[in-house]
Design a protein around this ligand. Sequence first.
Ligand code: TXA
Ligand code: MG
Length: 325
Amino acid sequence: MTARTSDIENAAGVLRAGGLVAFPTETVYGLGADAENPAAVARVFQVKGRPPSHPLIVHIAGAQHLGDWVEDVPETARLLAERFWPGPLTLVLRRGPRVPLETTGGLETVAVRVPDHPVALALLSAFGGGVAAPSANRFGSVSPTTANHVRTELGDAVDFVLDGGPCEVGVESTIVDATGEIPSVLRPGGVTREDLEAVLGFPLAVPATSRIRVPGQHPSHYAPRARVVLVEPEKVVAEAEFAQELGHQVGVLLPPSFADAPVKAHAVLAVPGSMAAYARGLYGFLRELDQRGCDLIVASLPVEEGLGLAIANRLRRAAGPRPSA
Ligand code: TXA
Ligand code: MG
């Protein structure tokens, strides 16, 4: 099911009236509000159960509009926007006067991106302004990658849900702090570090040097209801069977190299070998294991390069601060 022109018009009207619209992007579904309307933005925080100090990303229709939302566009930001927009890259820059502090969680910087999804772009064009949108899930839980995930999790709290099919990328955008001379990655995501550095022609700064808060990076984010335990790939089967014997309802994300191993567990999902397919499926897998009644999920981290870095980041956050076995 894909949104029709009339749906887009209706959704834009809802945004203009200060309402909330869930919409598809290439990464995950967003929960959108008029970025310039503090009351609408306040409702986003309320529906998500998200503390108001956590900034939202402003989604815009094209790179040519970036200057309308930020104080200035440094050369590196221009280069990255030109190369990666529309796409899963978010640029953090100095806030322009158009962006209320409610949208930036009180920060003097603003996160901006142009999503690469026809429905999102049609909505942004029809609306004409910026759409502030976090992922359309409750604070701390797994991001939605289908319209049904949104309906199940947020139901009537959203005024309009635009259905654009399953998200292609499956993990959130890469957030780059482009306020300094040398950009740094605040959150790994759909655009890889390798791709960014190839375009820049120099290495990115290490994230630790940035003082900007990224709440999405706090422990126990992107988390399913079931507890997530991370172990080495060769220990996944033994760990799962041990926990199942102890009485847990164990869900397993079986690494590709062990795809054929028989596992005595409650639910077993074989992880795709391709990182793009794994990223696309990750949040759906976590939701499915929750749905099937698992209370514990055993998984291992992929190799942390390319998209594997974003997947590993989300799995670590899902596992949270608890000691992993
Ligand atoms: O792919 C995505 O980025 C999705 C889709 C809907 O665009 N959005 C998304 O939004 O993941 P959210 O709110 O779930 O995560 C946005 C992250 C948060 O961790 C927030 O702290 C960070 O972006 N952020 C927003 N504004 C920021 C700023 N000015 N400085 C630093 N981090 C910022
Ligand atoms: Mg989120």
